[in-house]
Design a protein around this ligand. Structure first.
Ligand code: HEC
Length: 152
């Protein structure tokens, strides 16, 4: 459902080409979005790896924040003309994203599923948190391997 909606929005916006923001500002906003995802992930990974103490309330709140971020409609962050071919040095988003939107969205759905599962267990102790964070982290890596360039 969510990925269908995203496809529709991208198709619609691509057709009209009507974007108020510059390509550079779009890449900046996209990176800011992932900065937030990464910021929250650092807390969970820190707990999972024993670098910071497990805290059920903090783990639950952090998982909830990531879930909130998955509700963000990212279609406008992926406006056409904002890949690393278009904006060298400004973004690591590969042009493959736009060429293989269905695969990109499948990676996004796997991430979303893992975030939902994480939210179910984050408050249930470190032993429950660890595998769920690991699984979610695997979905981050999968999308980065497929669609994020190593360097700018
Ligand atoms: C569906 C694909 C996808 C998923 C899932 C995903 N990312 Fe990313 N991420 C990207 C892309 C694409 C970029 C590059 C954005 C750019 O440079 O414009 C990126 C960039 C980033 C960045 C760098 C931001 C910057 O400053 O340039 C961080 C940090 C990050 N992701 C963390 C995460 C974490 C942590 C997760 C999982 C909890 C995650 N991402 C899940 C696609 C994804």
């Amino acid at each position: 459902m969510r990925n269908l909606l995203l496809t529709t929005i991208i198709a619609a916006t691509a057709a009209t080409g009507a974007f108020a923001q510059s390509a550079s500002d779009t890449a900046k906003a996209r990176r800011a979005f992932y900065t937030l995802v990464g910021f929250e992930m650092d807390t969970l990974a820190g707990m999972a790896q024993g670098k910071i103490d497990y805290d059920a309330e903090a783990a639950s709140a952090t998982a909830k924040d990531i879930l909130a971020l998955t509700a963000y409609t990212t279609a406008d962050l992926y406006a056409p003309g904002t890949s690393n071919d278009d904006l060298p040095g400004e973004t690591r988003a590969k042009a493959d994203i736009w060429a293989n939107m269905a695969d990109f969205q499948a990676d996004g759905m796997a991430f979303y599923q893992a975030v939902v599962e994480l939210n179910d267990v984050a408050g249930n102790g470190l032993d429950a948190l660890q595998p769920a964070v690991g699984k979610m982290g695997g979905t981050c890596k999968a999308c980065h391997d497929d669609f994020r360039a190593k360097d700018f």
